[in-house]
Design a protein. Sequence first.
Length: 350
Amino acid sequence: MKYPKSLPQNGTIGFVAPSFGCNIEPYYTAFGNAQKTFRELGYKLDLGPNCYCGEGIGISNTPEKCAEELMEYYCSEQNDVLISCGGGELMCEVLRYVDFERLKMAAPKWYMGYSDNTNMTYLLATICDVASVYGPCAAAFGMEPWHQSIKDAFGILTGGVNNISGYPLWERESLKSEEMPLVPYNVTEQKVLQSYMGRDSVKWATVSSAISFQGRLLGGCMDCLVNLLGTRFDKTLDYLEKYKGDGFIWFLEACDMNVFSIRRAMWQMEEAGWFQYVKGFLIGRPLCFGQEMIGLDAYEAVLEVAGRKGVPVIMDVDLGHLPPMMPLVVGSLANVSVQENDIKIQMEYC
């Protein structure tokens, strides 16, 4: 794996919008405040032309213009790292206009975003062999004060953080609105990890010793991953073969999927061979948290496949669309330790 250089003090943070831009509230004001915060910390900024655009369908601009911005700013020497303005719906349509060979030849650069940005974070790793950060988008840095997860994400970019721990509370209902665009996460719910080994769903809730496993981190938003699966951009099997000696920890979270969609996605990834070298699963709280349909809940939706792999399956992890989220370096070699309700992830850049 190729790992980017850290953002230096007084360096330049670049922003691009290959998915949604920050053209409406509360994102417009939050993004503006994020810029103010970064400047006060001593950093320069380099905004792409689509950051405040809203002309596209499900993305900031036309797919061609989004791809042009993405390539230009990734390959540019005028910025040190890139943060995506936001998630969205149709970043996949940008991919046909992206020259991944050009990105592969460029100097590695941290790219951070989540949700629809899986189309970049996952493909940078699996096509270009370059690590990326599955973490918050630009507007999140406008909250006051920063949640610890935001500090952790920025710490990864600056090189001061490579060990991440879970957070005690999470947000079920956001207070952010057009009238209150800068409010922090409304963390009211206690985090409760669900840990399994095997299809029999035996929980380790009473195990006093830590559960530990190692492997390369790979994953993202399942909505996007299954959309990529089987396309010409899907180089997953080649990537798995290259690093099969390390094994893989799949981190997965869902946005628009219901529990049956999650189960179908797990089946599809398994049948495509994506899980053949799995060492463990980290499953984020889905946006449909607590949903049950025709006797199926989110746990059984995952365990039907993951539970048959004979590896640890840790669910309701701080990942994804119900914040806070642990920022993870896609492609890094991770050591995961879980003890009762605490999770720690140490990421090695090798």
